[in-house]
Design a protein around this ligand. Sequence first.
Ligand SMILES: NC(=O)c1ccc[n+]([C@@H]2O[C@H](COP(=O)([O-])OP(=O)(O)OC[C@H]3O[C@@H](n4cnc5c(N)ncnc54)[C@H](O)[C@@H]3O)[C@@H](O)[C@H]2O)c1
Ligand SMILES: [Fe+2]
Length: 399
Amino acid sequence: MNIIRRIYCRAFQAAFHVAIPFLPYHYPEIHNSLDDIPGILKKHGINTVLFVTDKGLVKAGLAKMVEDVLTNAGINFHTYSDTVPNPTITNVESVRQLYVDTHAQAFIALGGGSAMDCAKAAAARIARPNKTIPQMRGILKVHHKLPPLIAIPTTAGTGSETTVAAIVTDSSKQYKYMVSDFCLIPPYAIHDYRLTVGLPQHITATTGMDALTHAVEAYIGGSTTRETRRAAEEATNLIHGYLYRAYMDGNDAEARQKMLRASYCAGIAFSKSYVGYVHAVAHSLGGKYGTPHGLANSVLLPKVLRFYGEAAYKRLAKLARRSGVVKQGFSDEQTANMFIDWIQEMNDRMSIPHFIPEVREADIPEMAAHADAEGNPLYPVPVLMNKRELKNLYRLVVA
Ligand SMILES: NC(=O)c1ccc[n+]([C@@H]2O[C@H](COP(=O)([O-])OP(=O)(O)OC[C@H]3O[C@@H](n4cnc5c(N)ncnc54)[C@H](O)[C@@H]3O)[C@@H](O)[C@H]2O)c1
Ligand SMILES: [Fe+2]
């Protein structure tokens, strides 16, 4: 990246960093049981809701648990269960239309990041009926109060129940991008680890590594605060202690509970301190090939961290020591490399592949342009890269 653009990126990032204490970040009100839903709705005088989920959650019997709570409390609801992984603008527009047609007054989203983001983006469309999703791409373009939303994560995960972002895919352009604004932070979330016990093993693995990617990318960026560093350290510590346990035994209640907490902490960390190029590249792969988000991040994370090299050693080493992943007594370089080794070992133990076979050389320039548009100037990454340099990151995952 040339010096002028480099200065511009770093100045942009510094301005956002300085502004953090003055920006309207907030947290969802966390509840621990689906049984709290009627009380939340009653408080707002709501008696009709739109329930957004996906087919996998219907099949797993989890959607019915929410529907039963609503039915027993006499709350009118309509269910939208066609959300796809890497949710599309078509999904969002269908949800928006159903919300309007059924005179709903609030959203309930049950699922992983896909269902939650679909509902968040649809809520943005309700708040801004004259602005399309493409017009809200990027940061701070929604800027209106959204209808109430109760986010119920069933993966651990994206942390979407506490983040500023909704990630959507324009399938006509094979382009996946983020809509990000403070008003997208859900006002309510339900953390019930029992909803995650049936998560298939490979989804437990990749969504857990997505949470780790949030924590690591936030931590090694240049816009952390004491709060986001602590949140990232806690998330990393919990993932180190519990992800493999949750992977090995889905019914391990303690491990599931801790992973839900890890996902939430990592969400807090990156909501204020951003992610980095792992995510920018992963989103472009999701848009182009439909690569699951957690899988793309898991494969990319150790490779991109190695690619950053020396520029990331100090912060990676600090995270590694403070989270307890690597013991004291080694240099920053050694500690950072031991931390990256641990990430790769976690991938290997959980049968996460080393490569993403669908990546085609001919597609790389277009995807790198998307990653450039997402990452620059926003992400305070250790090493700035322009679209030509970003192409190298795709080549790391070509078999
Ligand atoms: N908004 C944010 O801050 C944010 C952060 C990271 C990722 N994301 C986005 O979130 C999406 C990915 O979300 P995800 O990784 O949670 O996966 P997902 O929501 O796409 O779910 C993956 C699959 O798991 C199934 N599933 C989920 N929970 C289950 C359960 N408890 N039991 C059985 N099956 C279950 C779903 O039906 C689905 O088929 C991507 O689009 C990604 O870009 C958003
Ligand atoms: Fe992510």
